[in-house]
Design a protein around this ligand. Structure first.
Ligand code: CP
Length: 326
């Protein structure tokens, strides 16, 4: 599947047609997403949690891989924007009888969908759908293989901005299984585009891409050294389902070296926040005292996911509406 087509997601004026990757997006556009999300945070706190921006539009959620947070917050975002929502049950769909992705797409398009939200185990699946979708139909990548998870990265940026204000001057550490993480790739692109001072990655050599430094990061193998004086610590899950062969001796040993505890957290800035995209493996990436402690903003990340997804959906649908009026 084709993966390297970032411009597919922008029209000639630089507006979003699809949201597939952070790669190739300018700081101004990322800031527009964050600012738009800011305006949506209040909707979830209202008695009537709805705005009419996507009334009459139909969004299909195609999750070919498991998800708790992304799938539910996308669905809530779509419903809060008043869209009609279709959740395709993949295990009960014709995909499980051998129908190709393209045939599934064509059949859903025959039902006049306006947008597809796609999670897939194969890197490039969302790009593939965007390349083959009818012009005017938007595609959002909800996580593809090891490649990208752009809305996760944007909700993480939103969380950081809410807590730290500015990106300039921040030191951010990403800890754990960088090699298999689509989240880390998207976060690194977003952090560098938004202008943080320093992005560090901390991992055993077996869980780092061989060309990690080319991503624009400082590489550490020692947790204490890597988190020294940082403002933000992002812990990642060990992605056992994507590992081929024995990359780690044991989860117990991993925790001894890379697990975040209250004691180790003291090396970071005294105001440092702790993040995790979820799902958390307690006692593997971090101790429960940290996950549930005062520095943890993990559940806020989930809440902000609704506002960020509302922002991205409304920006794409808004562009569709302008096009239809032209
Ligand atoms: N963060 C994230 O993508 O979680 P889910 O797999 O539960 O969607």
């Amino acid at each position: 599947m084709s993966r390297h087509t970032p411009n597919l997601q922008l029209d000639e004026q630089g507006h979003l047609l699809h949201f597939l990757t952070i790669d190739g997006l300018r700081r101004e556009l990322l800031t527009e997403i964050l600012d738009t999300a800011e305006g949506f945070t209040g909707v979830s706190e209202r008695t009537i949690k709805k705005v009419p921006l996507c009334r009459g539009k139909t969004v299909a959620n195609l999750f070919f891989e498991t998800s708790t947070r992304t799938r539910t917050t996308f669905e809530l975002a779509e419903k809060r924007l008043s869209a009609d929502v279709l959740n395709l049950n993949i295990s009960a769909s014709a995909t499980s009888k051998g129908e190709t992705l393209l045939d599934t797409l064509r059949n859903l398009e025959a039902m006049h969908m306006d947008m597809f939200v796609v999670r897939h185990a194969d890197s490039g699946a969302a790009h593939f759908i965007a390349q083959h979708a009818t012009p005017g139909v938007g595609v959002i990548n909800a996580g593809d293989g090891r490649h990208a998870h752009p809305t996760q990265a944007m909700l993480d940026m939103f969380t950081i901005r809410r807590h730290k204000g500015e990106f300039v001057g921040l030191r951010v550490a990403i800890v754990g299984d960088i090699l298999h993480s689509r989240v880390a790739r998207s976060q690194i692109l977003a952090l560098n585009t938004l202008g943080v001072s320093e992005v560090r990655v901390i991992a055993p050599r077996t869980l780092l891409p061989h060309d990690a430094r080319k991503l624009g990061v400082h590489v550490y193998h020692d947790l204490q050294e890597g988190i020294r004086d940082v403002d933000v610590i992002i812990m990642l899950r060990l992605q056992r389902e994507r590992m081929q062969g024995a990359l780690l001796p044991s989860e117990h040993e991993y925790f001894q070296l890379y697990g975040l505890t209250d004691e180790r957290l003291e090396a970071a800035d005294s105001e440092a926040i702790v993040m995790h995209p979820g799902p958390i493996n307690r006692g593997v990436e971090m101790d429960s005292l940290v996950a549930d402690g005062p520095r943890s903003v993990i559940l806020q990340q989930v809440s902000y996911g609704i506002a960020i997804r509302m922002a991205v959906i409304s920006m794409i649908i808004g562009r569709q509406n302008l096009q239809a009026q032209a």
